[in-house]
Write a protein of this length. Structure first.
Length: 189
């Protein structure tokens, strides 16, 4: 019986060591060497070298002097990366409709015109780090007033942070909220 089980046990141990230890260590090491920023979470640092966020995971910004991200459905309070998920509310949901109406009313207090949909609806993960250029421009006047800047300066800052579609056809043009707010802090602290 041992002669039958021994090759199987050795094979299980060898494959466990290879697929559970060596391969992950190799891939992690290569990723860290070839793509160090991405492999370590695309972290953003402040002037003192402290981590203030990740460019890949959205976070909430409060106050009129900052661009606001999409609403978050992640966790009870929002922005909880451990509870990342959408709200799962469908288009006929009264809760979703009420939430969107409240968001539109709040956004209209800042600016006139049509409110971009990404300012009043959460993303699928609830942690989207990006907003549309339309959502950024919609907030520009509020941010300019709060920072004492001219609208043209803020519009120029937004234009410089628009990322085009990936490879020219994937996704939509977008603006990373954290990067935009960091650049805003450098421009007018």
């Amino acid at each position: 019986m041992l002669s039958i089980l021994r090759p199987a046990l050795v094979l299980v141990a060898a494959l466990t060591a290879i697929t559970g230890g060596l391969y992950p260590a190799l891939v992690t090491g290569l990723a860290g060497a070839v793509f160090p920023d991405q492999a370590h979470g695309s972290l953003a640092m402040d002037a003192q070298g402290r981590i203030i966020g990740s460019r890949l995971i959205g976070q909430g910004f409060a106050g009129d002097g900052y661009f606001h991200a999409r609403p978050s459905a992640a966790g009870a309070e929002g922005w909880d990366a451990a509870a990342a998920s959408g709200s799962n509310l469908g288009p006929t949901s009264k809760v979703l409709l009420d939430r969107v109406r409240q968001g539109v009313a709040a956004a209209r207090a800042d600016a006139d015109g049509p409110v971009p949909v990404d300012l009043v609806t959460a993303s699928g993960s609830g942690l989207d780090p990006d907003i549309s250029p339309a959502a950024a421009y919609f907030q520009a006047d509020r941010v300019a007033r709060a920072r004492g800047l001219g609208p043209a300066e803020v519009h120029g800052l937004i234009a410089g942070h628009i990322r085009p579609r990936q490879f020219g056809f994937l996704g939509e043009a977008r603006v990373n909220v954290l990067e935009l707010n960091l650049a805003l802090d450098k421009m007018a602290p």
